[in-house]
Design a protein around this ligand. Sequence first.
Ligand code: C6P
Length: 421
Amino acid sequence: MSGSGSVVEPPPPGSSPLDVDEIRAEFPALDQQVHGRDLVYLDNAATAHKPNRVIDAVREHDRATNANVHRGVHALSQRATDAFEEARDTTRAFLGAEDPEEIIWTRGTTEAINLVADAWARRELGPDDEIVLTELEHHSNIVPWQRVREETGARLRVVPIDDDGAVEMDALEDAVGPDTALVTLAHVSNALGTVNDVHAATEIAHDADALALVDGAQAVPHMDVDVQDIGCDFYAFSGHKVYGPTGIGALYGRRELLEEMQPYQAGGEMIRQVTFEETTYACLPAKFEAGTPNITGAVGLGHALDFVTDHGRDSIRAHEDRVLSAATERLAAIDEVEILGTAEDKASVLSFVIEDVHPHDVGTVLDREGVAIRAGHHCTQPVMDKFGVAATCRASFAMYNTVEETEALADAVREAIEIFH
Ligand code: C6P
């Protein structure tokens, strides 16, 4: 979102507007009532709903294929393997990676980051090394590095955010130096919606011969992501936030790094040869995929990414920016509301507090009105500390949300204020 602007801005040149009615018809979960009200689902940063295409693909895979991958010579196993690897290639293309072997399936963003912490940082870093991260990280991009610190003695440097919730890029530049081994940051903040300049952060990391890891959990559903253009070494995301199933996500890693890294977990599938004396490991990507993977999840995720690609990521971003602008303008017009996170570049997240009302109470009233938001610390307690609050209310938008739904949000917020004030 650029600035506040008028409630309904024309779509930027070159991006076709979405047919939101048509899109909504694809998402059966949206078509329901909650507490007697039409559902207004604004908790997409937590998890997004799935289109029929994904639901059908998952059901069809379980119904007619359902075999293990890379193990059988029989037809069903080969069909499952083909679908699984096709999904990997779809993910490669979606992220702009060069090689499908650079895409490692994980349970989601959390596991992808833990994989890098375990298979790279824990083995490579020592007391002379520093990991640079930012104040707006999700706990999934903080706690793994604290564990690396405990185990290796590596130090953590935290780059502050300013009062708008933007990462202070000068401070990032100052924090990175000869001891920096890794710079890691969210592409988009789940608590504030801030879009970080991950290109610049990667360049700063590389200028110091450090690696760059981007937490893309909140970026992948909302904008074009090209890991080669960003230049980062690792990029993590979750399937369930991009209209895919839960329990599946991916880590992109640069091939040379993944090849040098030790395996993450050990077991079947990740080996080349096993004897009791010695085991040698499989090539990429199998080296990082011990055990039977989430095959159905990967197949569903492939369809979800195709769904997004078919609608056009620029069009999705343009539409969601309009919805975010409308929501921001409507809530900013209510005196008792304070919006947290006012960075210049934002995507799809609107965090706010209401004077003297606990966010959980607001969330409960909104739910009674059919409006689903998240209330809490959003697994970003350092962000809450920065703004001096324990929790916020967070509305987060997806491609199927409408400008009209922001009106329902604002009405429900006014209702909450009336009840509690
Ligand atoms: N944020 C939210 O409501 P998983 O749980 O592994 O799919 O994603 C973790 C994660 C990592 N980074 C960012 C920026 C995230 O937003 C999340 C998940 C959810 O904001 C659940 S706390």
